[in-house]
Every structure is written in C-alpha cells, then in structure tokens.
Design a protein around this ligand. Structure first.
Ligand SMILES: Cc1cc2nc3c(=O)[nH]c(=O)nc-3n(C[C@H](O)[C@H](O)[C@H](O)COP(=O)(O)OP(=O)(O)OC[C@H]3O[C@@H](n4cnc5c(N)ncnc54)[C@H](O)[C@@H]3O)c2cc1C
Ligand code: SF4
Ligand code: SF4
Length: 455
C-alpha cells in the first residue's frame, strides 16, 4: 500500500493507534497532540493538500494575524512528525467496528502522478496548455489542468484534473522525474485504528437557497470565501477588484444571515462566525480601498467572544456603516451596479434602495459530512455530529469515536483548536484504558517463568 503523500505509508502499514478524518486546523491539532504523546496517527484528507478552510483565509479575527502564518507551521509540523502519516486526496467512506478496533474504508483518488517520483518542480504545470477556474482561489484566477494545488500546499505534489486535461502529453514530456501516470486509477484501501477523531469540517450553503439575492446573475455578488482570497497577499488578482470587470469597488455591502437563522431553508441556527468575519473583512477592505463606502446590513451583531465587542466597536470607529435592516432583494443592473432593497428596522421599516459595486453574502455554515452514520457517528437535527454528553464535548456517544471542530457545529478557529485538544485527550484516555484492560486480561507470564525455573 502506498500513501502517495507526505510521510509515506508502508505497504504493510494498516494499523494505527488513531485515525484523524480531516486535515483542517482541528484535525491537525488533534493529530499533533496525539503524536506528541507517542501515538501513531494517520491523517486522512480528501483534498490534495492538508490545511482545510483556514489555509485559504487572509487574516483572522479578532487579532488580524495572518492566517497562513499560523496554519502553515501546523501543516508542516504534521507532515514532518515521525508519528504522523498523511494521506491526502483520500476520503474516508465508511467506519465499522472490527473487534476492539475500527475498520476504515478509504478511497484514494487518482492524482495521475506517482508521488514517490514527483518532486513538485512544476515543470508539468508550466507547459500544460489548459486552464480552468482555480478552486483554491474560489473560481477566480486560473489553474493549469496539471498543477501543484497552491503555493504552500502540503504535500507539494502535482495533481491532474481529468475533467480539463486534453491528453496532449506535454506534461509527460516535460517531467524529468517520469512521475506522470495518465492511466492511474483510484484505489480502495482499508486500515484499522484503535480510536478515530472525526474533524470533517464545514462548507457554506448554496446561494441558490436565497434566489432573491440573484447571485447567479452577477459575478459581483460574492461569497465570503472569495473575499478572503481577494484580501489575501497572494490572491488571484494581487488587489481587491470586482471579479466581473476589474473595477476597483467604491461601494461594498455585506448581507449578514444570508443563509442562516432561516427555517425555510433548513438552517434555523446562527452560523456563529459570519458577523465577526464580515466585520474583519470590512476592516481589511477599508484598508485596501480607503475611499470606498462599506456597509454591513445586519439583524443582530453577535460579538460574543473574547475581544469581539471591542473589535466591532473599532470597525464602527473606522467609519464602517452598520445598518440594522432586512435585505429583501439584490438586483443587478444592466450597467453592472447592484441595487439593494433594504427595510431599515430602526427607521420604522423605511424601504431604501442602495447602490453597491460588490455585495458579499454571508452564507450559512453547514456540515461537510452528510452521513455521519457511515463514519460511526449519529447526527443532530441540524445535521452536525451528535455529542450526547455535555460533560464530554468531544465524544460522539460511540465507543472510541470522537469529534473535533466544525464537524460538530459552527465555530471559530480558537474553539475548533480547543475542541481538537479535547478530542485528543479523550482518545488518549480511551486508548490507555483499553490497554490497561487488555493487560489485566492477559495470561500471567510470571507464573510460567516460576514454573520454568523450578524444573
Ligand atoms: C469566510 C470565512 C472566514 C472565516 N474567518 C475566520 C476568522 O477570521 N477567525 C476565526 O476564528 N474563524 C474564521 N472562520 C471559521 C474557520 O474557518 C473555522 O473555524 C475553521 O476553519 C474550522 O476548521 P475545521 O478543521 O473544523 O474544518 P475545515 O477547515 O473545514 O477542515 C475539515 C477538513 O476535513 C476534510 N474532510 C471532510 N470530509 C472528509 C472525509 N470524508 N474524508 C477525508 N477528509 C474529509 C475537508 O476536506 C477539510 O480539509 C471563517 C470561516 C469562513 C467561512
Ligand atoms: S509531475 Fe513531474 S514535472 Fe510535475 S511537479 Fe511532479 S516532478 Fe515536476
Ligand atoms: S496531458 Fe493534460 S495535464 Fe498534461 S499538459 Fe496536456 S492537457 Fe495538461
């Protein structure tokens, strides 16, 4: 068996103390905490690189520290830890009990690149004639059909996208390491683990759930993940501009709760981070676009964490306009303007029509894992992984299966990291107890030795 990634998995290696499902910040933290305690850990990540959502963020609230400066060292520490094996571009499809352990079924997708030969030199990428919308840049900018997924990806192996490849063979000829395998097939593998940490994370719900905001009719009605990339130092355009025509925006609006707290779309809960990341993005935009008007349309601002209220007050002091109002509709105009129809709650429901260049929809946070039952856990009514015991917040209620980060519900990075630590401690405690029980039940060697000596 070969992992094809990071620390290579040896042919015979199919048992680990712990398997961590998901290589986002929560999964990486759990893996590092466990590996530091000398447990042998396998991290399985379905994307071609570890890092999860956090590696694509610009800066983080409320400190405005650079996100990749925090994430990259954790990714690198996991990749270089002698007790951690990484498998990327691999999904965990099923987890079943196997005696005292868990058996995991994995699918390793075809990269079309032999990772034992690839050195990440990108020569294949430079000669590939085909480009497609860059997934890491949220569809803005372009990626070649074969490429290393992004600059600080770990591992640094190329991956070929068969949807766009035209089979010209230029990459094969350019690769001095003879690493490209156009006939590579996906593989199904099984591994066993003493314990499992589910850190499968989240995605944003579709803008189509709110047809009144017309996101499908304008490239300038954007997702907050696109704004993170526009603000990133090495983002798709190198500066903040309107995706449709490259205009520098002079009026930007944020629509909060544009996919949360709405029973009719199946997301009745608060997504917990949208108020804060929108305030963060508004502050960063006002730095990048000093003459632009920036408006946040909100129902309530939920600034509940340490330092959050001060952060909110700072944004107001910077001149960001907060309008308590219900955005009824966004209508793209033939000239590219976006008209927001807003019912101003604090002005007795007065209806305003405001013009903007760019509108950001704070979409709802929903679980990435649709069927936790397949991975040995149950789900709550909201779809996130169930945690039945409030005194053990990392326990799924299933023997040896723990949960960390946004897989259990929307939360920020600090809380995701704290839960990851808690999941690691629970898993460690569980494995220690299991070992103690096994030792207590093992036949006594001492008696045999005494018997042998008396002969
Ligand atoms: C626009 C935006 C801005 C934000 N800004 C901030 C901020 O400034 N500060 C802050 O504190 N928080 C912020 N957040 C929240 C932050 O992104 C999350 O708290 C954090 O990323 C959660 O990490 P995670 O590891 O739980 O999930 P993820 O980052 O989603 O990681 C989960 C990983 O699991 C993998 N995975 C899923 N299913 C499987 C499977 N079956 N097999 C294998 N792998 C699988 C996924 O590919 C993914 O890599 C922001 C969120 C958004 C949307
Ligand atoms: S596949 Fe070959 S050319 Fe492409 S990055 Fe790997 S070693 Fe370099
Ligand atoms: S074979 Fe495919 S991936 Fe390789 S250079 Fe041609 S189009 Fe690009």
């Amino acid at each position: 068996m070969s992992s094809g990634n990071g620390a290579a998995m040896r042919e015979t290696e199919n048992h680990f103390d712990v398997v961590v499902v998901g290589g986002g910040i929560a999964g990486l933290q759990s893996a590092l905490d466990l590996a530091d305690q000398d447990y042998r850990v396998l991290v399985v990540e379905k994307q071609p690189s570890i890092g999860g959502r956090m590696i694509s963020l610009s800066k983080v609230f409320p400190t405005l520290d650079c996100a990749s400066c925090i994430t990259t060292p954790k990714m690198s520490a996991a990749a270089h830890h002698s007790n951690i094996t990484l498998m990327t571009y691999t999904t965990v499809d099923a987890i079943e009990p196997a005696g005292d352990n868990h058996r995991l079924t994995l699918t390793q997708m075809a990269r079309y690149v032999d990772t034992s030969a690839c050195i990440g030199c990108r020569q294949c990428e430079y000669v590939c004639p085909v480009e497609y919308p860059d997934p890491f840049e949220q569809g803005m900018g372009a990626l070649r059909a074969i490429s290393v997924p992004f600059a600080n990806a770990i591992p640094q192996y190329a991956v070929l996208n068969p949807e766009y490849c035209i089979g010209c063979g230029a990459c094969v000829r350019a690769c001095a390491s003879d690493a490209i395998r156009l006939d590579q097939q996906p593989k199904t593998l099984t591994v066993e683990a003493g314990a499992v940490v589910l850190a499968t994370g989240f995605h944003l719900n579709s803008t189509s759930l709110k047809p009144q905001y017309n996101a499908s009719r304008s490239k300038d009605i954007v997702s907050p993940l696109q704004v993170e990339r526009l603000l990133a130092p090495h983002g798709p355009y190198g500066r903040v501009l309107r995706p449709s025509d490259g205009k520098i925006p002079d009026s930007v609006a944020f629509v909060l709760c544009a996919g949360s707290r709405d029973q009719s779309i199946g997301v009745p809960y608060c997504s917990r981070v949208c108020c804060m990341y929108s305030i963060k993005q508004a502050m960063l935009l006002s730095g990048a676009l000093p003459t632009a008007d920036i408006t946040i349309y909100y129902m309530d601002i939920r600034a509940f964490g340490k330092g959050f209220e001060q952060f909110y007050q700072n944004a107001k002091a910077m001149g960001i306009s907060f309008v308590k109002g219900k955005v009824a509709r966004i209508t793209p105009q033939p000239n590219g303007d976006l008209m927001a129809r807003v019912e101003a709650i604090e002005e007795d429901g007065r209806v305003m029509e405001n013009r903007h260049d760019l509108v950001v929809l704070a979409q709802g946070i929903v679980p990435e894992l649709v069927s936790p039952e397949r991975l040995g856990a149950a789900k709550e009514e909201d779809g996130f992984i169930r945690r039945p015991d409030p005194l053990r917040p990392a326990w799924t209620g299933r023997e040896g299966i723990f949960v960390a980060g946004t897989a259990a519900g929307p939360k920020d990075i600090v809380d995701s990291i704290m839960e990851a630590g808690s999941a690691a401690m629970e898993a460690s405690h569980y494995l220690t107890q299991k070992r103690a029980t096994a030792d207590a039940n093992a036949p006594s060697l001492e008696l045999e030795v005494i018997g042998a000596a008396s002969e």
